[in-house]
Design a protein around this ligand. Structure first.
Ligand SMILES: Nc1ncnc2c1ncn2[C@@H]1O[C@H](COP(=O)(O)OP(=O)(O)O)[C@@H](O)[C@H]1O
Ligand SMILES: [Mg+2]
Length: 318
């Protein structure tokens, strides 16, 4: 297959932990042909959606995951997205207006026959934080609003809460306010920008000490191991980007139940790859833009997550 990756700048990849790299390496190992561009290299010409795509090959000793260079690229050329067997949208958030613009461009290409994963419409329609609302049976007590007074009432009711922006990532802007209410006022003002922005308040889930579990869903099926990201020291956030420790572990019965419930819906919507996050028994996020954690699970368990993904991709375009 010819597989085209829309991703961030390849030169900035930390290949020892990068999921997109793990996917590329497995695809190359199976003799698929790789192309890559960044979102700004997409164009609609009035007839086609094109990528200014570079054909790339993986170079060097693949056993050395700290090597540089790790890829070689041919001269970029404009190619319609319909020329590839599969296009993988792997741009990292922020999910801003330019991200939305990319999904619109990709949808034009899809109408012309391009095979795009995840499906652009599904990426656009899923709020990674609010998507949990579809499965209320798995959601911890939560309030989403701009209204400072309601956020205060929620805190008064639950005592120990997390406040976070709807469009954060990597733990950005996540605050815990305990029963004493210390800093509640200024955190609410800051996150809501005095009522201009929507905020999520959630009951603090004490099982976070056992980690924020990433459950990878590939082709509607769960990877059998989650990556529990465990906050370190005084940190509230388990995100690896915030210094969390990643520990791979078998899925719990509840993890499996959540996966079984969500799997068919995600698959039907064209979400070939999704990253569910669960804290204890609760679903907290449904990540669909560019889910990660392949590498950590592969390294710690030997389970071939990238292989499972390429299997699903090969089936999806067959
Ligand atoms: N309800 C909660 N209870 C306990 N900890 C939470 C809760 N919500 C978020 N956190 C902590 O904050 C971190 C980041 O929150 P998350 O909702 O995953 O946002 P992000 O998109 O930034 O990853 C989590 O890994 C966890 O450590
Ligand atoms: Mg998260």
């Amino acid at each position: 297959m010819n597989i085209h990756f829309i991703a961030d700048l390849l030169d900035h990849f930390k290949i020892y932990k990068d999921t997109t790299y793990a996917i590329m390496a497995e695809a190359a190992r199976r003799s698929h042909t790789l192309y890559a561009c960044e979102p700004q290299h997409l164009a609609w010409t009035g007839t086609n959606v094109e990528a200014n795509a570079r054909r790339i090959t993986i170079v060097g000793d693949t056993a050395n995951s700290d090597r540089s260079p790790w890829y070689a690229a041919k001269q970029a050329e404009y190619m319609p997205l319909t020329r590839f067997d599969a296009v993988l949208m792997r741009k990292d958030p922020p999910f801003d207006m330019e991200y939305v613009n990319s999904t619109w461009l990709l949808e034009i290409a899809e109408r012309a026959g391009a095979r795009i994963f995840n499906k652009p419409q599904a990426i656009r329609d899923h709020s990674e934080k609010l998507a949990i609302a579809e499965w209320p049976q798995y959601v911890a007590p939560t309030l989403v609003t701009r209204d400072a007074a309601r956020l205060r009432t929620f805190h008064a009711e639950h005592g120990d809460v997390i406040l976070k922006p709807l469009d954060g990532m990597g733990g950005m802007g996540v605050f815990r306010v305990k029963a004493d209410g210390m800093n509640l006022g200024s955190i609410v003002e800051m996150l809501s920008e005095n009522g201009a922005r929507t905020v999520m308040a959630q009951k603090f889930i004490s099982q976070i000490t056992e980690g924020d579990k990433r459950i990878l869903m590939i082709g509607g099926q769960p990877v059998p191991y989650s990556l529990a990201r465990i906050p370190q020291g005084n940190e509230v956030r388990g995100n690896l980007a915030a210094g969390g420790l990643g520990r791979a572990q078998p899925l719990s019965a509840r993890d499996r139940e959540i996966a079984k419930t969500l799997g068919p819906t995600l698959q039907a919507r064209g979400l070939l790859l999704a990253g569910l996050d669960a804290i204890g028994d609760y679903l907290t996020e449904v990540n669909v833009t560019s889910p990660t954690c392949f590498r950590e699970i592969m390294d710690q368990t030997g389970f071939d997550v990238a292989g499972m993904f390429i299997d699903a991709l090969e089936r999806a375009v067959a």
